[in-house]
Design a protein around this ligand. Sequence first.
Ligand code: UDX
Length: 447
Amino acid sequence: MRIAMIGTGYVGLVTGACFSEFGVDVVCVDKDEEKIRRLKAGEIPIFEPGLDDLVANNVKAGRLSFTTDLAEGMKGCDAVFIAVGTPSRRGDGHADLSYVYAAAAEIADNMDRYTVVVTKSTVPVGTGREVERIIRQRRPDGDFDVCSNPEFLREGAAINDFMRPDRVVIGAGSDRSREVMRQLYRPLFLIETPIVFTELETSEMIKYAANTFLATKITFINEIADLCERVGADVHDVAKGIGLDGRIGRKFLHPGPGYGGSCFPKDTLALVKTAQDYGSPLRIIETVVDVNHRRKRAMAERIVAACGGSVDGKTVALLGLTFKPNTDDMRDSPSLDIVPELIRAGATVRGYDPEGMDEAAKLLPDIKYCQSAYEAMDGADAVAIVTEWNEFRALDINRIKTLLKAPVMIDLRNVYDPQEMRAAGFAYTCIGRGTERTGGAASEAAQ
Ligand code: UDX
């Protein structure tokens, strides 16, 4: 089998490398000459655990290559994957499909045999049909089928998610294209991964429904966490107590500063827009988008409150800047809302992130960047954990106390145990576990 992967962003690169690991010949194509040059030189433009070795091994084995030339990349291909970006369109929140349609036109011009054209990018319902129409218009005699094959990869765990997925979803209208897709995913059939074959539109809808459902679950537990603070309940126990009900499930019930990343914010918004266009509004998702947006902004207020009501002239250390651990991705990260608010309120912000500081520096130039968590905390008035990197889970608590001016910690990821932290003398604020709003050690110590 041989495939071309158009777009060497996060999804394209991970998917291409993983298919080559399955034994498929993969050519990754991108218009960005600098990116292709770097990839050819063995440099991986994103941080994803295990990806550098996976790429290096498969390049060495001759199964994975990179080019800027689509015509060359498509020679002899059984399938072409479209994995280009679909950013939110400025102004209206719809997914911008111009890159997808441009790729479709180029594919049409370069097809030299029966080709399965697969949309891998997250695309609104109806996009697959439009891709089909564009190709048919340019190549009325073209021998091709269009499939939808959404990705469910989580950043930081993408390779494992590809190799051992809960399921694979394939929207394919013909037996011939289904057979090509079955061949590509053969190793997953062997480990009895459920494969859901559907029509194009259904497959496209599954991706959006999955992501918006997960975003809803997170937003639900975040609001329950706020209420827990008021009534004196512990949200972790609530999440466990409800999550053990198999109908609810335990995953994605961890409260925090609001969801971010490259998918949830963009996809929730895009589905809301699609639903409005079709006159079938999704009021729950509209509310999720709004609640999550407000939540991220409210996190700065939480930090200010923990600092005794003002951060003017104070220094706050932020640990973690990326939207989640094990990535350098800053897209829609809560830190992008928190940092400007703190600076507006007069704070100096010292920041540290294990992988995200290069990206963060482009978006948050006013942070004073540090080389370690301890350096960031040195002389600060308070520390806030914004992303739950493993190295922040086992910090030396006594050392923190000697570094901070006063032991004030705002733990937006609930990494530490409230009782232990308060027993250690910290004014400790967390999410949904009896923090400053229910009184107690946190608010008293911050006075
Ligand atoms: C997500 C989907 O999980 C994946 O299937 C899809 O293909 C792409 O989008 P990703 O954005 O990489 O993956 O990260 P994920 O681990 O899902 O986390 C998304 C956001 O939700 C992060 O900001 C994370 O901190 C937050 N989150 C997640 C919570 O706040 N609580 C949780 O319990 C889970």
